[in-house]
Design a protein around this ligand. Structure first.
Ligand code: ATP
Length: 302
């Protein structure tokens, strides 16, 4: 199965938010969707699931094109779910009833609700009414509802919002489990390091388009990564070609032409110059984010 988007354009009135977007996602894939606030992540989801009509372009799932016509939208909604908004939960119903409702709407009778509840550690509260839930408990319920709907395509906007670190880990591992079932999952998130734990590819939205895609499995070049104040850079000069001096004092130094001792030396220098963490590895979503949205700054000797 595939999800294909061709030449997608969406505007609100005269303001175009997304323009001529193209991508194709195979199954068993999780895409991380990343961009600063107000760039168009939610708009993209809303367009793909047709909460807003397509101004231009096509959405094709498994070779089938879904137009703006209501019969197509009905058929589309059998294949796709959107992470429920917490405001859509019913205060006077239990979590269990919500999960049951999602399972029944998508007619997934075979879905074992108790198994989902156990896996998401919800058994101590799932029978209580939603009005008694904390933010994180509601968020886990919304996630459980999607698992019960069990559609092939899932759009998840900010699923980690309000979750404590243990529950972030839990949802991360469940996402990895369910994607193996032939799913296409797109997750919009601002937790960039967490995305590196589960996303197969990251799409960076910028300039109304999927501006850059990043697949961490294909990143082969290693960097020494750390933080260094601009005034201290002279203490580790000369920096090798390809060094990235990013926003927030983040520096990434390529190691591909270095001997082991040189790598060690540079890591030690960074450690003494800055109390922040120093690591060795490929560029991650965080560094690409700083590069794309904050710009790379040239180091100028003063
Ligand atoms: N219903 C609407 N009418 C007019 N403009 C809108 C509407 N919804 C969103 N926008 C505008 O479209 C742009 C993209 O908004 P969107 O909510 O898609 O961003 P986002 O990337 O999801 O942001 P965030 O990270 O804050 O959730 C913003 O400039 C926003 O003001």
């Amino acid at each position: 199965m595939t999800l294909e988007v061709k030449d997608l354009t969406i505007s609100y009135g005269r303001k175009t938010v997304l323009k001529d977007i193209n991508f194709k996602i195979p199954d068993n894939t999780i895409i991380g969707l990343v961009a600063p606030n107000g760039t168009g992540k939610t708009t993209l989801f809303n367009a793909l699931i047709r909460f807003i009509p397509l101004e231009k372009g096509e959405v094709i799932i498994d070779g089938v094109k879904y137009s703006n016509a209501s019969k197509d939208i009905k058929a589309l909604h059998k294949k796709v779910t959107f992470f429920p908004d917490q405001a859509e939960l019913y205060d006077d119903f239990s979590g269990y009833e919500h999960i049951q409702m999602y399972r029944d709407i998508w007619n997934k009778k075979e879905r074992d609700i108790d198994g989902i509840i156990d896996r998401l550690n919800m058994s101590d509260y799932v029978m209580n009414k939603v009005k008694t839930y904390s933010l994180g408990m509601r968020q886990r319920l919304c996630f459980a509802m999607m698992i019960a709907a069990d559609t092939k395509v899932m759009f998840m906007d900010e699923i980690m919002n309000g979750l404590d670190p243990v529950n972030v880990e839990l949802v991360t591992s469940v996402l990895q489990e369910i994607k193996k079932d032939g799913k296409i999952i797109i997750v919009a998130s601002h937790l960039l390091e967490n995305l590196d734990d589960y996303a197969d590819e990251i799409y960076f939205l910028n300039h109304k388009d999927v501006y850059y895609t990043y697949d961490r499995k294909k990143e082969v070049d290693e960097y020494v990564k750390g933080y260094i104040k601009h005034d201290d850079v002279k203490d580790i000069l000369p920096l090798p070609e390809g060094t990235m001096y990013l926003a927030n004092n983040r520096v990434c130094i390529p190691t591909k032409d270095m001997k082991k001792e040189e790598v060690f030396h540079i890591m030690q220098r960074l450690r003494t110059l800055s109390s922040d963490s120093v690591s060795l590895g490929p560029l991650g979503t965080n560094e690409h984010y700083l590069r794309i949205y904050k710009g790379e700054q040239a180091y100028e000797e003063s």
